[in-house]
Design a protein around this ligand. Sequence first.
Ligand code: ADP
Ligand code: MG
Length: 403
Amino acid sequence: MSTPAANTYEALNEQTAIQLAVQLNLFPADAQLSCREIGDGNLNLVFHITEPSTGRGSIIKQALPYVRVIGEGWPLTLDRARMESEALKIFARYAPDYVPEVYYTDEQYAITVMEDLSHLTIVRTGFAEGAVYPLLSQHIGEYLAQTLYGTSDFALGADARRELALQFHNPELCKITENFVFTYPLIDDESNDVEPGLQQVAQQLWQDQTLLLEGAKLKRHFMTSAEALLHGDLHTGSIFASDEETKVIDPEFAFYGPIGYDIGLFISNTLLSALARQDNSRELLLHHVLTVWDVFSTRYRELWQANNQEHFADVPGLVDDQLQHILEDTVGFAGSEMMRRVIGLAHAKDIEAITDDAKRVHIKSSAALLARDFIVNRGQYRSAQQIVYALQQADQGVDITHG
Ligand code: ADP
Ligand code: MG
């Protein structure tokens, strides 16, 4: 792993973060500034610098040379800050409305200075509090089509795509995903977090050879398909929103991977929030799943027709074949993500918040069996409607384990 030269890297604190903001002229020279470290993620420091008299703010995000929630015992490359700021800048080329503006980056200090989005709410938090964000799936569908098509072979041509992929060699962060999403939840690993009521379901899944085989294939696919520049961690904790606006943050897991991974993560986390809802608003979250696929696939086709470097682009059926392949991947990766959110280390906050044990365990079992269906039967999915239908079946206790 790469380590910083000892004399160049230093972790910021609230005072030095203000000094940096002053040096960078982020505020008028005479501004009175205050600063709070607001990082609630697992990995990095996030400083919110504000000028209370005007309400203006900036964000300074800094990577630590280790995993924040674990400490120095788990070193992690500082290069992830470069991945994040480079990815934000590239995504801004293709989907400027949906990413924060980057004002400044410093590779040595692993710092990204960016637009303050504090007027928005993290979707994972908002979903847990009952929010719906009516434009979320429209915006995310556009973001996904524009960034994923825009960085693909079809838009860039193979030479430029290969050149760009070289910048996003991100082995340490990819390895975290390979372990915690694709490996540990499918085996009886000590890192898993399985509550007692779910033990039987977990044991059954860990002995399921079909699930292991299909899960292993998805992992291979994640590791070897350099289709587009992915965000790489597009769960609802990486999205800020309001009723009008949507912004995607935190692409430190960016790398060239299979397009369906980003779409699958968004869909999976939205489905988990839908499962956690007991009222009519569940339908609105399920509707996001239909809309995100609809907007993504429509926009992808438009972009395909408008600009395509592939010699065979006009061959009838090619774009349909691509979209069917992306849908299958989306369903499979949604399954891998869902499995890790009920069996792996990092769980879905809104499901964990359900205090009725029987209800919580029922939802988790439904999610685990739905995840299995997505992984094993991904090739049978032809529409987003089928995804929603599968969730409804799973929630009603229909046996979907033998498809
Ligand atoms: P990590 O990489 O550690 O997961 P995130 O990028 O997810 O860090 O940021 C952690 C938290 O910091 C977010 O959940 C959000 O509350 C806050 N945050 C991050 N970026 C911004 C921003 N541009 N504007 C306002 N708050 C932000
Ligand atoms: Mg994060």
